[in-house]
Design a protein around this ligand. Structure first.
Ligand code: BT5
Length: 345
């Protein structure tokens, strides 16, 4: 697709990137630094060189983004509560990564964040770009399965242009699921398990899934798009109703509706964990990743049945090798598998 068209599409659809200097972002910053007191419309208008009407319009916009702002005649505006929407500047603020998430595209709604990332692959300076949408209309899982993406979930993709061999891509389901599991542990103090290859489980129910799209050319990777779908604060019953009977599994939400946990912190921690592990993959330092993955695996040591493109395989899950492949033994032979769907745990 030609660059102009992409630029136009981006201008039309995305809301803010982390470095856009919009009045919305500036007003939010000022309100945040004056959190305990009111700040007058006049003061805002002077410091931003905007009319009072423009300030009012932007305050309305900020409220529509989920910030709670109190306005009082004669006193001005006061920020009462931050948004929980995954807005780019909220993620940038306090993000500790060097590359991942330094540029963020945010949408209210989109077909699929993976597909949008795909459109960015030919553009320069997009390594590490993150695409987030509050809802998706055509979210997808592996093997083109439907991924239901209502408000309250974390639907996010990262575009990476890695500089390593193709053989190293197969490790990414393992790396990404470990990064996500660790982020959940660190931020929410919960202990998820990882069902091979890349389902994040909480109390034996799926709470997040991972999808990786990669393009390979003569043993080099052009790009990799890592997608995560986290059922952060969702109604699992509603999601289940939208999934075909044959594809249903036990689903859960990461936090309950009344829980005030902040998804922004989780995204920041996930990006940091992923970037650190990515750097370890580049320097071929994967023994720790493998060990940590195995420690959290709900699959290793169990008798399992797997659906693969070569049919059904049953046996004992013995281990995971350094490329993320599952070693499964029927007592006589050990097979090595890179993908598949577990039909039992
Ligand atoms: C996955 O697929 O687990 C990968 C999901 C990746 C979604 C993200 S969201 C951001 C990015 N943009 C996209 O378009 N996709 C990525 P898979 O292993 O095929 O698992 C699909 C199965 O998970 C379904 O058949 C259900 O049984 C279960 N599941 C759990 N939560 C679900 C949900 N919210 N929607 C659909 N299925 C769900």
């Amino acid at each position: 697709m030609n660059d102009n068209i992409i630029q136009k599409r981006i201008d039309m659809f995305y809301m803010y990137t982390s470095f856009e200097d919009s009045p919305v972002e500036k007003i939010v910053t000022i309100l945040k630094s004056n959190q305990s007191k009111f700040i007058s419309g006049e003061k805002l208008s002077k410091s931003l060189n905007l009319s009072r009407a423009a300030i009012w319009k932007n305050i309305k916009k900020i409220q529509s983004l989920g910030y709670k702002i109190q306005s009082k005649t004669g006193m001005g505006y006061k920020l009462r509560a931050k948004t929980t929407l995954l807005l780019p500047w909220e993620i940038s603020n306090g993000l500790q990564t060097d590359i991942f998430g330094r540029k963020i595209y945010y949408f209210n709604t989109i077909g699929s964040t993976q597909d949008f990332a795909l459109r960015l692959t030919e553009r320069p300076y997009e390594n590490g770009s993150v695409i987030i949408s509050a809802t998706q209309t055509r979210g997808r899982g592996r093997l083109n399965r439907k991924w239901i993406s209502p408000k309250g979930g974390i639907w996010l993709s990262i575009l990476i242009k890695p500089n390593f061999e193709v053989s190293q891509t197969s490790i990414f389901p393992m790396v990404t699921s470990l990064a996500l599991a660790k982020a959940i542990e660190n931020i929410l103090k919960k202990t998820p398990q990882i069902k091979w290859p890349n389902d994040i489980m909480l109390n034996n129910k799926k709470v997040a899934g991972i999808l990786i799209d990669a393009s390979v050319q003569s043993n080099k990777i052009n790009y990799m798009i890592i997608g995560i779908g986290v059922n952060f604060r969702i109604d699992s019953k509603k999601i289940l109703k939208s999934i075909k009977n044959s594809q249903r599994c036990s689903i859960t939400t990461l936090v309950e509706k009344k829980d005030s946990a902040d998804p922004i912190k989780l995204v920041q921690e996930f990006l940091l964990q992923l970037e650190q592990m990515y750097n370890n993959v580049i320097s071929n330092n994967i023994s720790k990743i493998r060990k940590e993955y195995i420690n959290r695996s709900s699959t290793i040591g169990k008798s399992i049945t797997l659906r693969t493109h070569n049919g059904i395989i049953s046996g004992k899950a013995v281990s995971i090798d350094k490329n993320g492949a599952l070693m499964i033994s029927d007592g006589k032979k050990t097979k090595r598998l890179l993908t598949g769907d577990l039909t039992s745990r």
